[in-house]
Design a binder for this molecule. Structure first.
Ligand SMILES: O=C(O)CCC(=O)C(=O)O
Ligand SMILES: [Fe+2]
Length: 304
């Protein structure tokens, strides 16, 4: 069961919100977030720009291919990434990734994951995406402050660990199903980061597989985020919170979604949080953990 949590309770019912969120992240690791802090007009704008970039001619998108850089930014065609490493199928989705933005003379450029974003030639795309990146990161930090309370940590425990994040904004485009055997929009996977904030256009397709259950549709609640725990936060909480497999079936009609993968700063040490018991995993830098997961996903399969 995926609960709907109302973010406006942050202001008037924080204990109740904390209890409900704490339950959701231990149960399926998924919840829907109504009345989020990200302004509606920004969510509308990000969808408009998502449509604009995927509607560009193939040749324009190819110029900003994710394969141009080692920093996981830009356009990914079907086959550049397939999320279920165990299956031969190639995901039908196209992607567009935007990372933490740096100026061309930033001294951090060249460090692990620190590259320049690749931008399409679309007038308001860059400004919209950068504003959305910041707003989504702020929403995620708000959620992390609730989770910190839930874990009996100071509410601002995570804030300094996420102030130069590895977070990635990812736009997704799924073409309509063609009906060929074993077609998949996005293969079964768990997310790698701390928390994912997902907006969809309402076209069905997203499913989760709770530990004790079969694949289940994630309901669409207009204007609500689908929020889920990623593997990094599961590890950080010593498996108290759960990261749950999910996938996207080939949709009937074209489907678009906007995912924000909230990640910590590169040097943040991910090690069992205080009060979570005997550590099950060795400590690891957030960047090294992410690298290990991306290396597996981007080992290309033959596009078929
Ligand atoms: O497009 C969606 O609804 C989900 C995408 C997803 O799970 C992902 O990119 O990690
Ligand atoms: Fe995912």
């Amino acid at each position: 069961m995926i609960p709907v949590l109302d973010w406006s309770r942050f202001a008037h019912d924080l204990p109740g919100l904390t209890a409900d969120m704490g339950r959701a992240v231990r149960d399926t690791g998924f919840f829907l977030l109504a009345n989020p802090s990200v302004p509606q007009d920004l969510r509308t704008a990000v969808f408009a720009q998502t449509g604009a970039v995927f509607d560009l001619p193939e040749a324009d998108k190819q110029k900003i291919s994710i394969l141009n850089t080692p920093h996981f930014r830009g356009w990914g065609k079907p086959g550049d990434e397939s999320l279920d490493e165990t299956q031969p199928e190639v995901d039908t989705k196209q992607t567009f990734n935007i990372g933490y933005d740096l100026a061309e003379d930033d001294p951090r450029l060249g460090q692990q994951f620190r590259g320049l974003n690749q931008w399409p030639d679309l007038p308001s795309f860059r400004d919209t995406m950068l504003a959305y990146y910041d707003a989504a990161q702020a929403q995620a930090l708000g959620i992390l402050s609730v989770l910190a309370r839930d874990l009996d940590l100071p509410p601002d425990h995570f804030a300094p660990l996420f102030d130069e994040p590895l977070s990635a904004l990812r736009l997704l485009h799924y073409p309509p199903a063609t009906g060929v055997a074993n077609e998949i929009g996005a293969g079964a996977h768990t997310d790698y980061g701390a928390i994912t904030l997902l907006l969809t256009d309402g076209e069905p397709g997203l499913q989760v597989k709770p530990r004790a259950g079969d694949w289940t549709d994630v309901p669409h609640v207009p204007n609500a985020y689908v929020v889920n725990i990623g593997d990094c936060l599961m590890r950080w909480t010593n498996d108290i919170y759960v990261s749950t497999p999910h996938r996207v079936l080939p949709p009937k009609r074209q489907r678009r979604s906007v995912a924000f993968f909230t990640e910590a700063n590169p040097d943040t040490l991910v090690e069992a949080l205080p009060g979570t018991g005997t550590p099950k995993y060795p400590a690891i830098r957030a960047a090294d953990y992410l690298q290990s997961r991306l290396d597996a996903t981007y080992a290309p399969k033959e596009a078929g």
